[in-house]
Write a protein that binds this ligand. Structure first.
Ligand code: FMN
Length: 511
């Protein structure tokens, strides 16, 4: 592939790709994210390929192995296009019937459809299923329509048009102002406004600046960043490149744990393809802008998700945090101004540039704009990844999308914000999810882990579990964490074993 020389050449290539794609040709999209792979997606893919060949349909039917579709509870999932017929929990043995009945005979296989537990009704189309119907999947939705290993698939859905627009029709300052106006708040933790962070870096005097993707994602139960990077790596790369242009960086890093091998593999492939197409590297799209991206595989330490520890690890030293007397957007990686944003934050950027800040701010609440992806896990009927507009009540996420608590049990609490977050009880079920709302309620948004607990869950046990995790993951640099956590764990372990003493609670609070 010759490198694209202009934005017009990119559009020409997009046209060419689309002209070879018949929207009426049957296409089977198969969820091939880590969760579906674990429940047998690779075997289903092999069975599909074999059966399609056996029935002489190789040129008549496409198979697309996509990223995570989100409904992990029901994987492996296939969706048959153009009708958008969704089948769940597919086994290799189901494949001959699917090809004969649905592809050849244009009939649905009833037993593989979703059954609505409330009405017992069979639902044919993915978008009519309550799990999907109540979501707004502006960031995560593309996962199910692209093969993450194919840049053509990304280009076919409009990929890299935001980058072309930014580089050819907007100034770096204009890009920055659009992101600021969108009030895009960081999806990885504190909800800090990305535009404000970028502005600090852009205005810093040092001419060498960096942009970084935080794909460490170490919170127990959270896998949205991993799935986004696995399923749509080009969207993250495109956002990162636009950010680099806005702040004046020519080098970017993706810090991803090596425990996420599919994410690592897919992002490596995406970088290579983007370089081959002239969408990364020297003179991107002939605009004179240079930008290269380097992948750093983290060894899997929770603390390395913290911005300064991550940068220290990138420098090749032990990943320990440092006090932020000066923020890392001014003095960051190798002492240079560095923008670090979360995977989901970067993936929002192309949407904002393409559709505009006004479109983005129309979604969400007064202070939290856009959508948020949550990983809904624990004692919940529909485990999976869900994306909702900011401001959606917890009750809707847990009951309308999540399908409530299995086994007729009662809801007890939902834990949000990762190990340093908090548990929200039943009285707060109508709380709208937003950065400030969750903090005010005593928890936090964090990166989007949502662990649901039922009436059988012992809350001291939950607290002990998270303390054990944090004690184990403590890097040991600071005394309150290294020593305090261990003492708290001792106290809580005693309590959970029925050996608690008068004054333990007060001591825990003091600690
Ligand atoms: C102990 C600790 C772990 C963290 N882990 C992550 C992580 O895995 N992913 C992430 O994006 N942010 C993580 N953060 C937050 C980062 O320090 C930082 O605020 C964030 O990556 C900035 O990106 P954002 O503004 O787009 O959210 C962590 C923070 C702490 C204190």
């Amino acid at each position: 592939m010759a490198r694209l020389q202009t934005p017009a050449e990119l559009e020409e290539l997009r046209k060419q790709i689309l002209s070879t794609r018949d929207p009426n040709k049957p296409c089977i999209t198969l969820c091939s994210g880590s969760a579906c792979n674990a429940s047998g997606s690779r075997e289903v893919a092999a069975a599909l390929e074999e059966e399609i060949a056996k029935q002489g349909l190789t040129t008549d039917v496409d198979i697309r192995k996509t990223g995570c579709h989100g409904y992990c509870e029901r994987g492996p999932i296939i969706v048959i296009h153009p009708e958008k017929i969704a089948y769940f929990q597919i086994k290799p043995e189901d494949v001959p019937e699917i090809i004969t009945e649905t592809i050849q005979g244009k009939k649905v296989v009833e037993r593989l459809l979703y059954t609505d537990p409330a009405t017992d009704e069979k639902i044919v189309h993915e978008h009519d299923i309550p799990f999907y119907k109540n979501q707004e999947r502006i960031v995560f939705g593309s996962n199910s329509s692209v093969d993450p290993k194919s840049i053509d698939d990304y280009l076919a859905i409009g990929g890299y048009s935001a980058l072309a627009k930014a580089l050819s029709a907007m100034t770096p300052e204009g890009v920055l102002q659009e992101v600021k106006k969108a009030n895009l708040r960081g999806r990885g933790g504190g909800g800090f406004p990305a535009g404000v962070k970028w502005e600090g870096t852009r205005n810093a005097a040092d001419p060498i600046k960096y942009v970084i993707v935080n794909a460490d994602e170490g919170d127990p139960g959270a896998y949205m960043d991993r799935s986004l990077l696995e399923g749509n790596p080009h969207a993250v790369l495109e956002g990162l490149t636009i950010g680099a242009y806005a702040v004046g960086a020519h080098e970017g890093y993706i810090y991803v744990r090596q425990e996420y091998p599919l994410a690592v593999e897919n992002v490596f492939t995406a970088i290579r393809q983007a370089e081959e197409h002239g969408l990364l590297g020297e003179n991107i799209l002939g605009t004179g802008f240079n930008f290269k991206v380097i992948i750093h595989q983290g060894a899997g330490a929770f603390v390395c998700g913290e911005s300064t520890a991550l940068m220290t690890a990138l420098e090749g030293r032990a990943g320990e945090p440092r006090p932020k007397y000066i923020r890392s957007n001014i003095v960051g990686l190798w002492g240079r101004p560095s923008v670090l944003n979360n995977v989901e934050t970067w993936a929002n950027v192309p949407l904002i540039i393409n559709k505009g800040a006004d479109w983005f701010t129309a979604i969400g609440t007064e202070t939290s704009k856009g959508t948020k992806i949550f990983s809904l896990v624990g004692k919940i009927t529909n485990t999976g990844l869900v994306e909702v507009p900011m401001g959606t009540p917890l009750r809707d996420i847990i009951f309308k999308i999540g399908g409530g608590i299995p086994g007729g049990k009662k809801f007890k609490a939902v834990q949000t914000g990762g190990p340093s977050g908090g548990c929200l009880p039943e009285e707060l079920l109508d709380l709208p999810v937003g950065f400030d709302e969750l903090t005010k309620a005593g928890s936090m948004m964090g990166s989007g882990g949502m662990i649901v607990m039922d009436e059988d869950t012992c809350m001291p046990d939950v607290a002990r579990y998270f303390l054990e995790f944090l004690t184990d993951e403590s890097c040991g640099k600071c005394v309150p964490c290294r020593e305090g956590m261990r003492q708290m764990l001792k106290l809580l372990t005693n309590i959970t074993k029925g050996k608690g003493k008068e004054g333990d609670i007060e001591l825990l609070e003091q600690l």
